[in-house]
Design a protein around this ligand. Structure first.
Ligand SMILES: *[C@@H]1O[C@H](CO)[C@@H](O)[C@H](O)[C@H]1NC(C)=O
Ligand SMILES: *[C@@H]1O[C@H](CO)[C@@H](O)[C@H](O)[C@H]1NC(C)=O
Ligand SMILES: *[C@@H]1O[C@H](CO)[C@@H](O)[C@H](O)[C@H]1NC(C)=O
Ligand SMILES: *[C@@H]1O[C@H](CO)[C@@H](O)[C@H](O)[C@H]1NC(C)=O
Ligand SMILES: *[C@@H]1O[C@H](CO)[C@@H](O)[C@H](O)[C@H]1NC(C)=O
Ligand SMILES: *[C@@H]1O[C@H](CO)[C@@H](O)[C@H](O)[C@H]1NC(C)=O
Ligand SMILES: *[C@@H]1O[C@H](CO)[C@@H](O)[C@H](O)[C@H]1NC(C)=O
Ligand SMILES: *[C@@H]1O[C@H](CO)[C@@H](O)[C@H](O)[C@H]1NC(C)=O
Ligand SMILES: *[C@@H]1O[C@H](CO)[C@@H](O)[C@H](O)[C@H]1NC(C)=O
Length: 392
């Protein structure tokens, strides 16, 4: 399947050469996507129309790079990270638009966003929330860069400047968080903190051809010590009566459903990026990510699920949290496409939650940055999954 790669799973994961583009999307994906767009097939066409009408996907888009990005109000500095999440969404949407149309004006606008940030940013600060910024916007910028990496209009000097920004500003903080957890013990930070930083390292590892970075992150997912490692993330398995399916309670189920669903949007990114390099984290631990997606999806579309008390750092979470139950969280198109459509596995709850999100979205399909409100939560996912991942 991946002819350029060999994977050894004995003493860890060894990737011998990277496939490009190969973070969230491959050449084969764009062949499928461009055909659907050209043929005007639904629901791809509607999603494409949503993307092309996004204010973040216009060639006139101008970035607002900041020297220091602040996320979390630390009293000394006000927050300005919205500039970064808007520009990261734009860099990605424009790069996608270039890939599908081959119109250079979109690639140029996307390159300009990356170049101007690379020439400006020196650090990310704020409260502990700075480590959410390093993770979320690290994986997003690296995905834009990976899509553009063979664009002939991107000078080698400036491509290197973006690689240096991703490595020196983002990956440095990603590694720091995974090693030190902002000075807290392993169980203090909920899973989404690890997950966005892992997604970032995997994406930056791919873009910068850094095997060590990629393998460290993948091995952390498999056997790491904290909440973003699959073995720690799994709180309980239940067999669903009737279907016999395993439903897995994830680490944030007792916290709130906004974060419980965010975890799976991020698991999708982590696993998709690794999968495109021949490492199947989707299948790891008996499809743990699917089993967890089924659990969180079933609960969020309105059905009760069993629950095991979880001792969080905030105390004993004795019942599943109904806070923001039914939340509208993009990102589940990817999971449905991979498990249900590509692998033919039983993903009916994940499909139901994907549909729930779509029905409650602007155009009845999964949108992206800008389609889910102006706040940071609306920019956690790159989105447009109905266009980019759906196979049938
Ligand atoms: C860049 O990659 C795309 C596939 O994503 C391919 O169609 C195109 O030919 C490549 N362009 C160059 C200049 O290599
Ligand atoms: C695609 O969607 C647009 C916008 O809704 C519509 O105008 C167009 O006719 C659609 N294309 C096809 C082939 O149906
Ligand atoms: C970014 O945050 C810093 C610190 O609060 C501030 O000095 C700077 O003006 C901010 N940038 C913008 C565009 O708000
Ligand atoms: C490289 O990036 C800088 C900073 O944005 C920009 O001023 C310059 O024009 C870019 N160079 C090329 C060749 O695109
Ligand atoms: C590759 O990644 C590792 C781990 O993050 C880092 O220590 C190393 O400096 C990186 N190598 C290069 C050439 O950037
Ligand atoms: C749930 O099942 C998976 C797959 O067998 C396993 O790896 C994981 O440890 C289980 N979780 C718990 C809490 O037992
Ligand atoms: C958490 O609460 C449950 C349900 O009340 C109880 O059975 C369990 O012993 C508690 N766990 C801890 C560590 O206090
Ligand atoms: C939500 O959970 C709380 C705490 O368990 C409970 O008191 C409340 O009745 C629940 N609300 C709904 C609508 O189920
Ligand atoms: C989302 O869609 C479902 C199914 O149509 C509906 O029951 C629910 O109320 C909607 N939720 C929100 C937040 O709009």
């Amino acid at each position: 399947m991946h002819s350029f790669i060999s994977v050894l799973l004995l003493a860890g994961t060894v990737v011998t050469a990277f496939v490009h583009p190969g973070a969230l999307h491959t050449i084969k994906d764009f062949q499928r996507i461009t055909k659907h767009v050209a043929d005007g097939n639904e629901p791809w066409n509607t999603t494409w129309t949503l993307l092309t009408s996004s204010s973040y996907a216009q060639s006139s888009y101008k970035p607002n790079p900041q020297t220091i990005v602040y996320r979390g109000n630390n009293g000394a500095n006000s927050e300005n990270y919205s500039y970064l999440y808007r520009d990261a969404a734009a860099a990605y949407q424009l790069a996608i638009r270039w890939k599908i149309t081959n119109d250079k004006s979109y690639a140029d606008a996307s390159v300009n966003i990356l170049d101007s940030w690379a020439a400006t940013i020196t650090g990310i600060d704020g409260t502990s929330d700075k480590f959410l910024a390093s993770g979320l916007y690290g994986y997003q910028l690296a995905n834009a860069a990976e899509l553009l990496r063979n664009y002939s209009g991107w000078s080698e000097t400036n491509k290197t400047a973006t690689a240096n920004m991703l490595k020196n500003v983002f990956a440095t903080m990603n590694n720091l968080f995974l090693e030190d957890h902002n000075g807290q013990d392993y169980y203090h930070y909920y899973a989404n903190w690890d997950l966005c930083n892992l997604a970032s390292l995997i994406a930056i590892g791919i873009f910068t051809d850094n095997k060590t970075m990629f393998e460290n992150a993948v091995n952390y997912v498999k056997t790491g010590p904290s909440n973003g490692a699959l073995p720690v993330f799994s709180i309980a398995n239940f067999t669903e009566p009737g279907s016999g399916k395993v439903l897995m309670q994830g680490q944030e189920a007792g916290r709130d459903q906004g974060h419980a669903t965010l975890d799976f949007a991020l698991w999708g990114v982590v696993a998709q990026q690794a999968y495109n390099q021949g490492v199947d984290l989707f299948a790891t631990y008996k499809n743990e990510i699917l089993n967890g997606a089924e659990y969180v999806s079933k609960y969020n579309v309105g059905y009760d699920v069993p629950y095991t008390p979880y001792l969080s750092y905030q105390g004993n979470q004795t019942v599943i949290s109904n806070s923001s139950r039914g939340t509208i969280r993009p990102g589940f198109e990817l999971l449905s496409a991979h498990y249900g459509q590509l692998k033919g596995l039983h993903s009916s709850w994940t499909d139901a939650y994907r549909n729930w999100v779509n029905i409650n979205s602007t155009s009845g399909v999964e949108g992206g940055g800008g389609n889910y409100g102006p706040n940071s939560g609306g920019f956690d996912a790159l989105g447009f999954g109905t266009l980019l991942y759906r196979l049938s």
